[in-house]
Design a protein around this ligand. Structure first.
Ligand code: NAD
Length: 486
């Protein structure tokens, strides 16, 4: 059987690697493609090509023309919409409805937002009195950082890759990306779109491979890579921080989460249950923003638990290409092992199983895939590992609370700090609780509602820095303050 090869993209050419690894379909475990693994010298070539591109045509483009090219990339993504959707669905196993409504449209939107923003992004200037009757004019100017290394995970592969590539290019940088080994397809497909959009060679490079001892590590350690932007697990962030220390590279880290949802008895019950079913189960719980800890005011606790159980049991874990499917498999056999180990641990830690807790059985080829049942627990102590550690599956633990103070204390009792959601019809309470959350983003009566101009990132184990809007432009540029004696 012919299996296609997903190639690296170096200096404007699609090239094979020093080895190959298999790209699996998580829905049935079949091999979709072989992937060309880039060796250390190829990562070096990609970085050198990206360096050369900085002083070529790309480096000479004015902001307006650069923005026009970013819009052309977005046009290209929209033109090949179905190809991107199919590649993303095959790689991740996510339902086609999700890839078509979220992942691929957001990829195009990422380029459009930053293309527009860079054209209107002002910079500060100050007139400074010098004490001798004269003054000085200070103004800042924006310069690219240089070659940016982009390392991304598998859960929202194209969305998260473009979330970083778009602002990096908008600021005039060049990038070398290392997509997740689990989901390599759309990064290479994007390279074809870049070519068609007239992005000069070297501006966008793709090197496939793994983390330690492979393309990921080669990129982070490369002295000509001037910054690393990374989304992934907190412990990988820690390893990257160590690797970049000798070359003192700036890092932007979007890491793991163990997000809380706080539900008050005065909430709009049906909307809250619907919102939380999304917050817990969307993308099979494999979104860094998913709620794995749900705190519910005791008065409605039992009714809420029952309502979320019914939602979980009504999900449709169909084939990803089936429009009616709304629950996919987990990404890999290894990740399923991890999630199942937490399902077993929850029982050992004394949880009450409300629903799920096992693998999903179908009696067809999906049994060779990596499905698990959507799962809800109650009854764990706040100190339990299942309440403290990120599981990254379709699972949550629900605990009751009696007062606002108690709810805030439980929600904040974590080493992570990415997101929280508050569900109440008391607006003042919504603000009051939101302001006490130790996280980077708090939603009130909604979840995952994003305006791409707003700051995005986490505290504690959830990350370093903020991306989004001007925060991205500031990370991806070097500001040079110029002081002129008048
Ligand atoms: P991961 O950390 O295992 O891998 C992410 C990427 O890093 C992959 O491309 C991998 O090959 C690479 N990598 C691994 N070790 C490396 C090393 N030592 N040096 C350089 N590169 C290395 O994460 P994952 O399992 O792909 O993704 C899931 C994690 O990502 C979860 O923890 C999730 O919460 C997090 N995440 C966070 C956000 C956010 O915005 N905060 C968004 C999505 C996912």
């Amino acid at each position: 059987m012919f299996v296609k090869l997903i190639q690296n993209y170096i200096d404007g050419r699609f090239v094979s690697g020093v080895g190959e690894f298999a790209d699996l379909n998580p829905a049935d475990g079949t091999t979709i493609a072989q992937v060309a693994e880039a060796g250390q010298s190829q990562v070096h070539e990609a970085v050198q090509a990206a360096r050369r591109a900085l002083s070529g045509e790309w480096g000479r483009l004015g902001i307006r023309e650069r923005a026009a090219r970013l819009h052309r990339i977005a046009d290209g993504i929209e033109k090949r919409f179905d190809c991107f959707v199919q590649a993303e669905v095959a790689d991740t196993g996510k339902p086609i409805s999700l890839a078509s409504k979220l992942d691929v449209p957001r990829a195009a939107a990422n380029f459009r937002v930053f293309a527009d923003l860079i054209q209107t992004a002002g910079l500060e200037s100050f007139q400074t009195e010098t004490g001798d009757g004269r003054s000085a004019l200070n103004y800042a100017m924006r310069k690219p950082l240089g070659v940016v290394g982009v390392i991304t995970p598998w859960n929202l592969p194209l969305l998260l890759l473009t979330w970083k590539v778009a602002p990096a290019l908008a600021c005039g940088n060049t990038v070398v990306v290392k997509p997740s080994e689990e989901t390599p397809a759309t990064a290479t497909l994007l390279a074809e779109t870049m070519q068609e959009a007239g992005i000069p060679r070297g501006v966008y490079g793709v090197v496939h491979g793994f983390g330690p001892g492979s393309a990921g590590e080669f990129l982070t350690r490369h002295p000509d890579v001037k910054a690393i932007t990374f989304t992934g697990e907190s412990k990988t962030g820690a390893a990257i921080m160590k690797a970049v220390a000798p070359t003192v590279k700036p890092v932007s880290f979007e890491l793991g989460g163990k997000n809380a949802a706080v539900v008050f008895a005065d909430c709009n019950f049906d909307e809250t249950v619907k919102g939380l079913a999304e917050a817990v189960f969307l993308n099979t719980g494999q979104v860094c923003l998913c709620a794995e800890r749900v705190y519910v005011e005791r008065r409605i606790f039992a009714t809420f638990v029952d309502a979320l159980k019914q939602k979980a049991e009504s999900l449709n874990p169909g084939w990803p290409t089936d429009e009616k499917s709304n629950l996919g498999p987990l990404i890999s056999a290894r990740h399923r092992q991890k999630v199942l180990s937490y399902y077993r641990l929850a029982q050992k830690e004394g949880a009450t199983l409300i629903t799920g807790g096992d693998v999903q059985k179908f009696g067809d080829h999906r049994d060779h895939g990596f499905y698990v049942q959507p799962t809800v627990y109650t009854g764990l102590a706040e100190t339990a590992r299942c309440v403290q550690e990120e599981i990254f599956g379709p699972v949550c633990h629900i605990a009751p609370f009696d007062s606002e103070q108690e709810a805030v204390a439980m929600a904040n009792d974590t080493r992570y700090g990415l997101a929280a959601s508050i569900w109440t019809s008391d607006l003042q309470r919504g603000h009051r609780i939101a302001q006490q959350m130790n996280v980077g983003i708090t939603w009130v009566n909604c979840w995952f509602l994003r305006d791409l101009r707003t700051p995005f990132g986490g505290v504690g184990l959830s990350g370093v820095g903020r991306e989004g809007g001007m925060h991205s432009l500031n990370f991806y540029s070097e500001l040079n303050n110029i002081c002129i004696r008048l």
